[in-house]
Design a protein around this ligand. Sequence first.
Ligand SMILES: [Zn+2]
Ligand SMILES: [Zn+2]
Length: 337
Amino acid sequence: MDDLKFGTRNKRGDWAPAARLEYAPFWEKPVSLKKILGWIPGYLFPWNAFHMAVTLAYWAWIIPDVEVMKTLSWGWALWLYVVNALGIFIMYGSIELLYYVKRKQGTRFKYNAKFPSEQPSDVFWFKSQNIDNFLRSFLFSIPLWTVVEVIFLYAYANGAVPWLAWADHPVYLATLVLMVPVIHEFHFFCVHRLIHWGPLYKWVHSVHHNSVNASPWSSLSMHPVEGFLYHAVTLWHLVLPSNPIVALFQVNLAGYGALNGHIGFDKLEITETTPLDSHAYAHYLHHKYFEVNYGGDGLLPLDRWFGSWHDGTKEGDAQMNARFQKKKAKMNAKAST
Ligand SMILES: [Zn+2]
Ligand SMILES: [Zn+2]
C-alpha cells in the first residue's frame, strides 16, 4: 500500500498520519447519530471483539471449576499464569516476528523509521530494549495480571461479592460489557496521570518510558507497581455489581489490549488492500512527548478536559509547546523567588 496517500514522511523517514485524531463522536458537538452509528463497528471490530472472543475461550476452557477456585492454591494460579504468558507470547510475538523481525511491510505506516533492535542503550537491561521489555513483561507484569485475576476469581467463587446471573440481568450485564473499554479508559487515565507525578514518575513509570520508540514488547514493560495498578482496573468488578466473565473481559482487555498503543505502525497491511488500524498514534505521541495523551485513543475526552490532548496536527504541536513554555516560565518564576 502507498502510505503517502494517508500521511507524510519527514526527512528522518518518520511517517505521520494526515488525519486528525478524533474523540468518540459522543463528545463532538453537535452530536450526530449518523456519526455514532458509523463509529460503532470500529469500536467493536476487530480489537474489542477479539478480546471478547478470547474471554469466552478462557471461560470455556481455561478458568478452573468454581469448587477449585474456592481455595487458593499454586496449582490453578500457575496454570492461569502459563496461559496468560503463552497468549501474550503468541499474540505480541507474532506481530513482533512479522513486522519487526521479518519487517514484512518495511517502514510503511511506521511512526518512527528506526527499529528498537538498531538502537542499543544503557537504560535497558543487557542494553537491549527488546530483551529488557520482554523480561519485565514475563517476570513482573504478567504475574501481577495473574494475581489480580486470582483475587477476583477467588472472591466470586467464595460469594464475597454478588455474582449477577445473565438470565436475571441480561440488559444490565450486556451494557456493562459495552462499558468495559470505558472503565478501562477512565482507570488507565487516573493511574497514568498519577504516576506521571514527579517522584512516582522517577521511581515507577520511567521504566515504561525508557522505550521512547515503543514496539510490541514495550506494551507490558512496566515497573511492578504500575504492573499491578494497571491490571487492578479489574477490581472495579468487585465494587460494581458484575459477573466474573465481564471481569475477565476487563483483565484481558488490559493485558492483551496493552499492545494497541505500542504497535508502532498506524496500519498493519494484512493483505495488499486490507489494512488493520492499530489505534496506536495517540499513545505513540505520549511516548514521544511524555506530557500529552495520558488516556487511550479518545473514548473519553479526559485529556481535552485536562488540557493535555494532542491530536497529531501542527495545531496540536503548537498547543503543546505553548503549554510547555507556560510551565517553564512558572518554574523559572518559582526558582527566582
Ligand atoms: Zn506506553
Ligand atoms: Zn506515561
